[in-house]
Design a protein around this ligand. Structure first.
Ligand SMILES: Cc1cc2nc3c(=O)[nH]c(=O)nc-3n(C[C@H](O)[C@H](O)[C@H](O)COP(=O)(O)OP(=O)(O)OC[C@H]3O[C@@H](n4cnc5c(N)ncnc54)[C@H](O)[C@@H]3O)c2cc1C
Length: 433
Protein backbone atom coordinates (compact mmCIF):
# COMPACT_ATOMS: atom_id res chain seq x y z
CA UNK A 1 0.00 0.00 0.00
CA UNK A 2 2.18 2.86 -1.24
CA UNK A 3 -0.22 5.84 -1.16
CA UNK A 4 0.99 8.36 1.36
CA UNK A 5 0.35 12.08 1.95
CA UNK A 6 3.03 12.56 4.62
CA UNK A 7 6.22 14.58 4.15
CA UNK A 8 9.23 12.89 5.74
CA UNK A 9 10.12 14.67 8.98
CA UNK A 10 13.63 15.67 7.86
CA UNK A 11 12.38 17.36 4.73
CA UNK A 12 9.48 18.92 6.63
CA UNK A 13 12.08 20.56 8.85
CA UNK A 14 13.70 21.99 5.72
CA UNK A 15 10.33 23.26 4.52
CA UNK A 16 9.60 24.88 7.88
CA UNK A 17 12.97 26.60 7.73
CA UNK A 18 12.29 27.76 4.15
CA UNK A 19 8.86 29.15 5.08
CA UNK A 20 10.30 31.20 7.93
CA UNK A 21 13.32 32.31 5.87
CA UNK A 22 11.21 33.42 2.89
CA UNK A 23 8.81 35.31 5.08
CA UNK A 24 11.40 37.12 7.20
CA UNK A 25 14.39 37.53 4.84
CA UNK A 26 13.19 37.28 1.25
CA UNK A 27 9.69 38.80 1.04
CA UNK A 28 11.06 42.23 2.09
CA UNK A 29 13.12 42.22 -1.15
CA UNK A 30 9.81 42.23 -3.08
CA UNK A 31 9.07 45.60 -1.51
CA UNK A 32 12.41 47.31 -2.13
CA UNK A 33 13.39 45.87 -5.54
CA UNK A 34 10.04 44.73 -6.96
CA UNK A 35 11.07 44.46 -10.63
CA UNK A 36 14.77 43.70 -10.48
CA UNK A 37 14.92 39.97 -9.90
CA UNK A 38 16.29 39.34 -13.39
CA UNK A 39 18.82 42.16 -13.46
CA UNK A 40 22.32 40.74 -12.76
CA UNK A 41 23.31 41.56 -9.19
CA UNK A 42 25.48 44.52 -8.39
CA UNK A 43 26.00 47.07 -5.60
CA UNK A 44 23.48 46.99 -2.76
CA UNK A 45 21.43 44.18 -4.30
CA UNK A 46 24.45 41.87 -4.43
CA UNK A 47 25.36 42.69 -0.83
CA UNK A 48 21.82 41.86 0.29
CA UNK A 49 21.12 38.83 -1.91
CA UNK A 50 24.43 36.87 -2.00
CA UNK A 51 24.40 36.06 1.75
CA UNK A 52 20.80 34.83 1.42
CA UNK A 53 21.81 32.52 -1.46
CA UNK A 54 24.69 31.25 0.67
CA UNK A 55 22.30 30.37 3.50
CA UNK A 56 20.11 28.44 1.04
CA UNK A 57 23.18 26.56 -0.24
CA UNK A 58 24.21 25.72 3.31
CA UNK A 59 20.76 24.28 3.97
CA UNK A 60 21.10 22.10 0.84
CA UNK A 61 18.11 23.77 -0.85
CA UNK A 62 19.90 25.47 -3.76
CA UNK A 63 18.67 24.51 -7.29
CA UNK A 64 16.77 21.48 -6.05
CA UNK A 65 15.22 20.96 -9.50
CA UNK A 66 18.49 19.43 -10.74
CA UNK A 67 20.47 16.33 -9.84
CA UNK A 68 23.72 16.39 -7.84
CA UNK A 69 25.85 16.08 -11.00
CA UNK A 70 24.54 19.50 -12.03
CA UNK A 71 24.86 21.31 -8.72
CA UNK A 72 21.38 20.52 -7.40
CA UNK A 73 20.20 18.16 -4.70
CA UNK A 74 18.36 15.60 -6.83
CA UNK A 75 15.30 15.86 -4.59
CA UNK A 76 12.95 15.32 -7.53
CA UNK A 77 9.76 17.12 -8.54
CA UNK A 78 7.55 16.18 -5.61
CA UNK A 79 9.89 17.70 -3.07
CA UNK A 80 10.44 20.65 -5.39
CA UNK A 81 6.65 21.12 -5.48
CA UNK A 82 6.49 21.37 -1.69
CA UNK A 83 9.33 23.88 -1.70
CA UNK A 84 7.97 25.86 -4.66
CA UNK A 85 4.64 26.29 -2.84
CA UNK A 86 6.59 28.34 -0.32
CA UNK A 87 8.67 30.18 -2.92
CA UNK A 88 5.56 31.11 -4.93
CA UNK A 89 4.63 33.61 -2.22
CA UNK A 90 7.52 35.92 -3.14
CA UNK A 91 8.83 37.06 -6.54
CA UNK A 92 12.44 37.09 -5.26
CA UNK A 93 12.33 33.69 -3.55
CA UNK A 94 12.90 31.53 -6.68
CA UNK A 95 16.03 33.61 -7.46
CA UNK A 96 17.35 33.24 -3.92
CA UNK A 97 16.78 29.46 -4.12
CA UNK A 98 18.27 29.14 -7.65
CA UNK A 99 15.13 27.74 -9.27
CA UNK A 100 13.50 30.61 -11.17
CA UNK A 101 11.63 30.36 -14.48
CA UNK A 102 12.53 30.50 -17.30
CA UNK A 103 16.09 29.56 -16.26
CA UNK A 104 15.07 26.21 -14.72
CA UNK A 105 13.59 24.98 -18.00
CA UNK A 106 16.49 26.39 -19.99
CA UNK A 107 19.02 24.74 -17.67
CA UNK A 108 17.14 21.47 -17.95
CA UNK A 109 17.41 21.32 -21.74
CA UNK A 110 21.09 22.26 -21.78
CA UNK A 111 21.65 19.54 -19.16
CA UNK A 112 19.76 17.02 -21.34
CA UNK A 113 20.89 17.99 -24.82
CA UNK A 114 24.01 20.19 -24.46
CA UNK A 115 27.59 19.23 -25.27
CA UNK A 116 30.24 19.38 -22.53
CA UNK A 117 31.48 22.69 -23.93
CA UNK A 118 27.93 24.14 -23.91
CA UNK A 119 27.42 23.01 -20.32
CA UNK A 120 30.66 24.65 -19.24
CA UNK A 121 29.88 27.89 -21.02
CA UNK A 122 26.17 28.29 -20.26
CA UNK A 123 24.93 25.79 -17.71
CA UNK A 124 27.58 26.26 -15.01
CA UNK A 125 27.15 30.04 -14.60
CA UNK A 126 23.37 29.67 -14.94
CA UNK A 127 23.29 27.18 -12.08
CA UNK A 128 25.62 29.33 -10.03
CA UNK A 129 22.95 32.02 -10.24
CA UNK A 130 25.34 34.46 -11.87
CA UNK A 131 23.67 34.87 -15.26
CA UNK A 132 20.17 34.74 -16.74
CA UNK A 133 18.83 33.14 -19.92
CA UNK A 134 15.96 33.76 -22.33
CA UNK A 135 13.86 31.37 -24.39
CA UNK A 136 13.18 32.89 -27.79
CA UNK A 137 10.50 30.87 -29.55
CA UNK A 138 7.23 32.78 -30.05
CA UNK A 139 7.00 35.04 -33.12
CA UNK A 140 4.77 38.10 -33.61
CA UNK A 141 2.55 36.32 -36.14
CA UNK A 142 2.45 32.90 -34.43
CA UNK A 143 2.63 31.57 -30.89
CA UNK A 144 0.31 28.67 -30.10
CA UNK A 145 1.12 26.97 -33.42
CA UNK A 146 4.91 26.53 -33.66
CA UNK A 147 4.61 24.94 -37.11
CA UNK A 148 4.03 28.49 -38.40
CA UNK A 149 7.35 29.89 -37.17
CA UNK A 150 9.43 31.58 -39.88
CA UNK A 151 12.70 32.64 -38.23
CA UNK A 152 15.28 30.96 -40.42
CA UNK A 153 18.79 29.62 -39.77
CA UNK A 154 20.82 28.96 -42.91
CA UNK A 155 24.18 27.20 -43.11
CA UNK A 156 27.15 29.25 -44.29
CA UNK A 157 30.29 27.10 -44.23
CA UNK A 158 30.78 26.08 -40.58
CA UNK A 159 28.43 28.79 -39.35
CA UNK A 160 24.69 29.32 -39.18
CA UNK A 161 23.08 32.66 -40.02
CA UNK A 162 19.81 33.48 -38.24
CA UNK A 163 17.23 35.94 -39.58
CA UNK A 164 13.73 36.72 -38.32
CA UNK A 165 11.53 38.11 -35.56
CA UNK A 166 10.85 36.80 -32.07
CA UNK A 167 8.32 38.11 -29.57
CA UNK A 168 7.81 37.81 -25.81
CA UNK A 169 11.34 36.51 -25.24
CA UNK A 170 11.21 36.98 -21.46
CA UNK A 171 14.26 38.59 -19.81
CA UNK A 172 16.15 38.88 -23.13
CA UNK A 173 17.34 42.37 -22.24
CA UNK A 174 19.13 41.17 -19.07
CA UNK A 175 19.99 37.61 -20.17
CA UNK A 176 23.50 36.51 -21.14
CA UNK A 177 22.23 34.16 -23.83
CA UNK A 178 19.14 33.24 -25.80
CA UNK A 179 17.84 29.84 -26.81
CA UNK A 180 16.52 30.51 -30.30
CA UNK A 181 14.21 28.18 -32.22
CA UNK A 182 14.62 28.50 -35.99
CA UNK A 183 13.67 26.73 -39.21
CA UNK A 184 16.74 24.89 -40.54
CA UNK A 185 15.03 22.78 -43.21
CA UNK A 186 11.85 24.25 -44.75
CA UNK A 187 11.51 21.24 -47.07
CA UNK A 188 10.48 18.82 -44.33
CA UNK A 189 7.72 18.97 -41.74
CA UNK A 190 8.22 21.56 -38.99
CA UNK A 191 8.58 18.67 -36.54
CA UNK A 192 11.83 17.65 -38.26
CA UNK A 193 12.83 20.97 -39.81
CA UNK A 194 13.42 23.21 -36.80
CA UNK A 195 16.47 23.47 -34.53
CA UNK A 196 17.55 25.23 -31.34
CA UNK A 197 20.59 27.49 -31.02
CA UNK A 198 22.44 28.86 -28.00
CA UNK A 199 23.19 32.48 -28.87
CA UNK A 200 25.05 34.96 -26.61
CA UNK A 201 22.99 38.17 -26.35
CA UNK A 202 25.94 40.32 -27.38
CA UNK A 203 26.24 38.57 -30.77
CA UNK A 204 26.21 41.20 -33.55
CA UNK A 205 22.82 41.42 -35.30
CA UNK A 206 20.64 40.85 -32.23
CA UNK A 207 18.39 43.86 -31.98
CA UNK A 208 16.06 44.14 -29.00
CA UNK A 209 13.55 46.42 -30.65
CA UNK A 210 11.67 47.04 -27.39
CA UNK A 211 10.14 45.35 -24.40
CA UNK A 212 6.41 44.80 -24.65
CA UNK A 213 5.02 46.05 -21.33
CA UNK A 214 2.37 44.03 -19.53
CA UNK A 215 -0.64 45.70 -17.91
CA UNK A 216 0.57 48.07 -15.20
CA UNK A 217 4.08 48.31 -16.68
CA UNK A 218 5.16 51.42 -18.57
CA UNK A 219 5.04 51.51 -22.38
CA UNK A 220 8.25 49.83 -23.66
CA UNK A 221 8.85 48.62 -20.08
CA UNK A 222 8.78 45.20 -18.47
CA UNK A 223 10.84 42.23 -19.50
CA UNK A 224 9.26 40.60 -22.56
CA UNK A 225 11.28 41.49 -25.63
CA UNK A 226 10.44 41.93 -29.28
CA UNK A 227 13.65 40.91 -31.05
CA UNK A 228 14.87 41.24 -34.62
CA UNK A 229 17.58 38.74 -35.59
CA UNK A 230 19.52 40.48 -38.37
CA UNK A 231 21.91 38.01 -40.01
CA UNK A 232 23.10 36.75 -36.64
CA UNK A 233 26.13 34.54 -37.29
CA UNK A 234 26.78 31.68 -34.88
CA UNK A 235 29.22 28.75 -35.16
CA UNK A 236 28.08 25.14 -35.70
CA UNK A 237 28.77 24.51 -31.98
CA UNK A 238 25.84 26.81 -31.16
CA UNK A 239 23.39 24.10 -32.23
CA UNK A 240 21.68 22.58 -29.17
CA UNK A 241 20.96 18.87 -29.64
CA UNK A 242 20.79 17.58 -33.19
CA UNK A 243 19.67 19.46 -36.28
CA UNK A 244 15.87 19.21 -36.55
CA UNK A 245 15.40 18.37 -32.84
CA UNK A 246 13.74 21.61 -31.73
CA UNK A 247 10.28 20.13 -31.14
CA UNK A 248 11.58 17.28 -29.03
CA UNK A 249 13.67 19.71 -26.98
CA UNK A 250 10.76 22.16 -26.61
CA UNK A 251 8.57 19.44 -25.15
CA UNK A 252 11.19 18.65 -22.50
CA UNK A 253 11.50 22.30 -21.60
CA UNK A 254 7.86 23.24 -21.55
CA UNK A 255 6.83 20.17 -19.55
CA UNK A 256 9.06 21.18 -16.64
CA UNK A 257 8.33 24.89 -16.98
CA UNK A 258 4.57 24.39 -16.81
CA UNK A 259 4.54 22.26 -13.70
CA UNK A 260 7.00 24.57 -11.91
CA UNK A 261 4.69 27.56 -12.56
CA UNK A 262 1.83 25.53 -11.12
CA UNK A 263 3.80 24.70 -7.95
CA UNK A 264 4.48 28.38 -7.35
CA UNK A 265 0.88 29.29 -8.17
CA UNK A 266 -0.29 27.12 -5.26
CA UNK A 267 1.74 29.39 -2.98
CA UNK A 268 0.34 32.56 -4.52
CA UNK A 269 -3.26 31.36 -4.33
CA UNK A 270 -2.70 30.26 -0.71
CA UNK A 271 -1.41 33.75 0.04
CA UNK A 272 -4.63 35.24 -1.40
CA UNK A 273 -6.72 32.81 0.67
CA UNK A 274 -4.75 33.69 3.83
CA UNK A 275 -5.39 37.38 3.18
CA UNK A 276 -9.08 36.71 2.55
CA UNK A 277 -9.39 34.89 5.89
CA UNK A 278 -7.53 37.58 7.81
CA UNK A 279 -9.80 40.24 6.37
CA UNK A 280 -12.93 38.19 7.04
CA UNK A 281 -11.93 37.81 10.68
CA UNK A 282 -10.98 41.48 11.08
CA UNK A 283 -13.71 43.52 9.39
CA UNK A 284 -17.08 44.17 11.04
CA UNK A 285 -20.08 45.37 9.09
CA UNK A 286 -23.88 45.17 9.53
CA UNK A 287 -23.51 43.91 13.07
CA UNK A 288 -21.05 41.07 12.62
CA UNK A 289 -17.67 40.06 11.26
CA UNK A 290 -17.39 39.26 7.55
CA UNK A 291 -16.42 35.74 8.59
CA UNK A 292 -19.95 35.31 10.00
CA UNK A 293 -21.64 36.18 6.69
CA UNK A 294 -22.66 33.16 4.66
CA UNK A 295 -21.61 34.71 1.34
CA UNK A 296 -18.09 35.24 2.67
CA UNK A 297 -18.01 31.76 4.20
CA UNK A 298 -18.94 30.53 0.72
CA UNK A 299 -15.94 32.40 -0.75
CA UNK A 300 -13.63 30.82 1.80
CA UNK A 301 -15.03 27.30 1.43
CA UNK A 302 -15.00 27.43 -2.40
CA UNK A 303 -11.45 28.80 -2.39
CA UNK A 304 -10.18 26.15 0.00
CA UNK A 305 -11.81 23.34 -2.00
CA UNK A 306 -10.56 24.70 -5.35
CA UNK A 307 -7.02 25.16 -4.06
CA UNK A 308 -6.88 21.73 -2.44
CA UNK A 309 -8.07 20.02 -5.64
CA UNK A 310 -5.47 21.93 -7.66
CA UNK A 311 -2.70 21.23 -5.14
CA UNK A 312 -3.41 17.51 -5.13
CA UNK A 313 -3.36 17.42 -8.94
CA UNK A 314 -0.02 19.26 -9.00
CA UNK A 315 1.54 17.02 -6.33
CA UNK A 316 0.24 13.89 -8.06
CA UNK A 317 1.67 15.07 -11.40
CA UNK A 318 5.03 15.86 -9.77
CA UNK A 319 5.01 12.36 -8.27
CA UNK A 320 4.31 10.91 -11.73
CA UNK A 321 7.24 12.84 -13.23
CA UNK A 322 9.54 11.38 -10.56
CA UNK A 323 8.15 7.92 -11.20
CA UNK A 324 8.35 7.85 -15.00
CA UNK A 325 11.29 10.26 -15.53
CA UNK A 326 9.69 11.07 -18.89
CA UNK A 327 7.51 14.15 -19.45
CA UNK A 328 5.80 12.52 -22.43
CA UNK A 329 4.24 9.92 -20.15
CA UNK A 330 2.80 12.67 -17.95
CA UNK A 331 1.56 14.91 -20.77
CA UNK A 332 -2.11 14.56 -19.94
CA UNK A 333 -1.73 15.62 -16.32
CA UNK A 334 0.76 18.41 -17.01
CA UNK A 335 -1.74 19.81 -19.54
CA UNK A 336 -4.61 19.36 -17.03
CA UNK A 337 -2.62 21.29 -14.42
CA UNK A 338 -2.00 24.04 -16.96
CA UNK A 339 -5.74 24.21 -17.77
CA UNK A 340 -6.84 24.51 -14.14
CA UNK A 341 -4.12 26.91 -12.93
CA UNK A 342 -5.40 30.27 -14.28
CA UNK A 343 -8.95 29.68 -13.02
CA UNK A 344 -7.85 28.70 -9.53
CA UNK A 345 -5.60 31.74 -9.14
CA UNK A 346 -8.15 34.07 -10.72
CA UNK A 347 -11.10 32.90 -8.62
CA UNK A 348 -9.32 32.96 -5.27
CA UNK A 349 -7.61 36.32 -5.90
CA UNK A 350 -10.92 37.79 -7.10
CA UNK A 351 -12.79 36.69 -3.97
CA UNK A 352 -9.96 37.97 -1.74
CA UNK A 353 -10.12 41.30 -3.57
CA UNK A 354 -13.89 41.52 -3.12
CA UNK A 355 -13.68 40.81 0.63
CA UNK A 356 -11.20 43.70 0.98
CA UNK A 357 -13.73 46.19 -0.43
CA UNK A 358 -12.31 49.34 -2.05
CA UNK A 359 -8.87 48.63 -0.64
CA UNK A 360 -8.85 45.39 -2.62
CA UNK A 361 -8.79 47.14 -6.00
CA UNK A 362 -6.00 49.57 -5.12
CA UNK A 363 -2.33 49.27 -5.95
CA UNK A 364 -1.72 49.01 -2.20
CA UNK A 365 -2.90 45.41 -2.29
CA UNK A 366 -1.62 42.65 -4.65
CA UNK A 367 -4.94 41.23 -5.87
CA UNK A 368 -5.15 42.85 -9.30
CA UNK A 369 -1.53 41.84 -9.92
CA UNK A 370 -2.50 38.26 -9.06
CA UNK A 371 -5.57 38.40 -11.32
CA UNK A 372 -3.43 39.73 -14.14
CA UNK A 373 -0.98 36.93 -13.37
CA UNK A 374 -3.84 34.45 -13.83
CA UNK A 375 -4.39 35.89 -17.32
CA UNK A 376 -0.70 35.44 -18.08
CA UNK A 377 -0.88 31.82 -16.84
CA UNK A 378 -3.59 31.14 -19.41
CA UNK A 379 -1.22 32.14 -22.23
CA UNK A 380 2.45 31.71 -21.32
CA UNK A 381 3.69 28.21 -22.24
CA UNK A 382 0.64 27.81 -24.51
CA UNK A 383 -3.00 28.91 -24.28
CA UNK A 384 -5.54 27.04 -22.15
CA UNK A 385 -7.55 25.95 -25.20
CA UNK A 386 -4.59 24.09 -26.69
CA UNK A 387 -3.90 22.32 -23.38
CA UNK A 388 -7.55 21.33 -23.13
CA UNK A 389 -7.21 19.72 -26.55
CA UNK A 390 -4.17 17.79 -25.30
CA UNK A 391 -6.04 16.59 -22.21
CA UNK A 392 -9.05 15.53 -24.28
CA UNK A 393 -6.94 13.68 -26.86
CA UNK A 394 -5.05 11.82 -24.15
CA UNK A 395 -8.25 10.94 -22.29
CA UNK A 396 -9.88 9.72 -25.52
CA UNK A 397 -6.94 7.36 -26.11
CA UNK A 398 -8.25 5.26 -23.24
CA UNK A 399 -11.71 4.92 -24.83
CA UNK A 400 -13.30 3.21 -27.85
CA UNK A 401 -16.49 3.85 -29.87
CA UNK A 402 -19.64 1.83 -29.21
CA UNK A 403 -19.90 -1.24 -31.43
CA UNK A 404 -23.50 -0.53 -32.48
CA UNK A 405 -25.92 2.37 -32.79
CA UNK A 406 -26.78 2.34 -29.04
CA UNK A 407 -24.32 3.36 -26.33
CA UNK A 408 -22.64 0.46 -24.57
CA UNK A 409 -24.25 1.47 -21.29
CA UNK A 410 -27.77 1.96 -22.76
CA UNK A 411 -29.96 0.53 -20.04
CA UNK A 412 -32.24 -1.70 -22.21
CA UNK A 413 -29.10 -3.30 -23.67
CA UNK A 414 -27.56 -3.79 -20.20
CA UNK A 415 -30.80 -5.25 -18.92
CA UNK A 416 -31.06 -7.77 -21.79
CA UNK A 417 -27.44 -8.83 -21.23
CA UNK A 418 -28.00 -9.10 -17.48
CA UNK A 419 -31.13 -11.23 -17.94
CA UNK A 420 -29.24 -13.53 -20.32
CA UNK A 421 -26.37 -13.85 -17.87
CA UNK A 422 -28.58 -14.78 -14.91
CA UNK A 423 -31.37 -16.51 -16.87
CA UNK A 424 -31.01 -19.63 -14.79
CA UNK A 425 -32.06 -17.72 -11.69
CA UNK A 426 -34.77 -15.71 -13.33
CA UNK A 427 -36.76 -18.46 -15.11
CA UNK A 428 -38.42 -19.41 -11.81
CA UNK A 429 -39.43 -15.78 -11.02
CA UNK A 430 -40.87 -15.32 -14.52
CA UNK A 431 -42.77 -18.57 -14.11
CA UNK A 432 -44.42 -17.34 -10.91
CA UNK A 433 -45.56 -14.15 -12.57
C1 LIG B 1 4.02 36.96 -19.79
C2 LIG B 1 4.37 36.09 -20.96
C3 LIG B 1 5.64 35.56 -21.05
C4 LIG B 1 6.01 34.80 -22.16
N1 LIG B 1 7.30 34.34 -22.25
C5 LIG B 1 7.69 33.73 -23.38
C6 LIG B 1 9.08 33.38 -23.56
O1 LIG B 1 9.92 33.58 -22.68
N2 LIG B 1 9.46 32.85 -24.75
C7 LIG B 1 8.58 32.62 -25.75
O2 LIG B 1 8.99 32.13 -26.79
N3 LIG B 1 7.25 32.94 -25.62
C8 LIG B 1 6.80 33.50 -24.47
N4 LIG B 1 5.47 33.85 -24.32
C9 LIG B 1 4.55 33.67 -25.44
C10 LIG B 1 3.53 32.55 -25.21
O3 LIG B 1 4.14 31.29 -25.29
C11 LIG B 1 2.45 32.75 -26.29
O4 LIG B 1 1.76 33.96 -25.95
C12 LIG B 1 1.46 31.62 -26.39
O5 LIG B 1 2.07 30.45 -26.91
C13 LIG B 1 0.26 31.99 -27.28
O6 LIG B 1 0.69 32.51 -28.49
P1 LIG B 1 0.07 33.89 -29.07
O7 LIG B 1 0.18 34.91 -27.99
O8 LIG B 1 0.70 34.18 -30.37
O9 LIG B 1 -1.46 33.58 -29.26
P2 LIG B 1 -2.14 32.92 -30.54
O10 LIG B 1 -1.38 31.74 -30.99
O11 LIG B 1 -2.42 34.00 -31.52
O12 LIG B 1 -3.51 32.45 -29.91
C14 LIG B 1 -4.47 33.45 -29.51
C15 LIG B 1 -5.67 32.77 -28.91
O13 LIG B 1 -6.30 31.94 -29.88
C16 LIG B 1 -6.87 30.81 -29.26
N5 LIG B 1 -6.26 29.62 -29.83
C17 LIG B 1 -4.99 29.48 -30.27
N6 LIG B 1 -4.79 28.25 -30.76
C18 LIG B 1 -5.97 27.60 -30.64
C19 LIG B 1 -6.43 26.29 -30.97
N7 LIG B 1 -5.60 25.39 -31.53
N8 LIG B 1 -7.72 25.96 -30.70
C20 LIG B 1 -8.54 26.85 -30.10
N9 LIG B 1 -8.18 28.12 -29.78
C21 LIG B 1 -6.91 28.47 -30.04
C22 LIG B 1 -6.58 30.94 -27.76
O14 LIG B 1 -7.67 31.61 -27.15
C23 LIG B 1 -5.37 31.82 -27.75
O15 LIG B 1 -5.18 32.51 -26.53
C24 LIG B 1 5.06 34.56 -23.19
C25 LIG B 1 3.77 35.08 -23.07
C26 LIG B 1 3.41 35.83 -21.97
C27 LIG B 1 2.01 36.39 -21.89
Amino acid sequence: MAWDFETDPQYQEQLDWAAEFVSSEVEPLDQIWPHEQFVPLDGARRKAVDPLKDEVRKRGLWATHLGPGLGGQGHGQLKLALLNEILGRSSWAPIVFGCQAPDTGNAEIIAHFGTEAQKQRYLRPLLAGEIFSSYSMTEPHAGADPTMFETRAVRDGDDWIINGWKYFSSNAATASFLIVMAVTDPEVSAYQGMSMFLVPTDTPGIEIVRNVGLYGEPMNGGSHALIRYNAVRVPAEALLGGEGQAFAIAQTRLGGGRIHHAMRTIGLAQKALDMMCERALSRVTAGSKLSDKQFVQGYIADSYAQLTQFRLLVLYTAWEIDKYQDYRKVRKDIAAVKVVMPTVLHDIAWRAMQVHGALGVTNEMPFLTMIHGAGVMGLADGPTEVHKMTVARQVLRGHAPSDDVWPTRWIPKLETAAREKYARFLEHEVGIQ
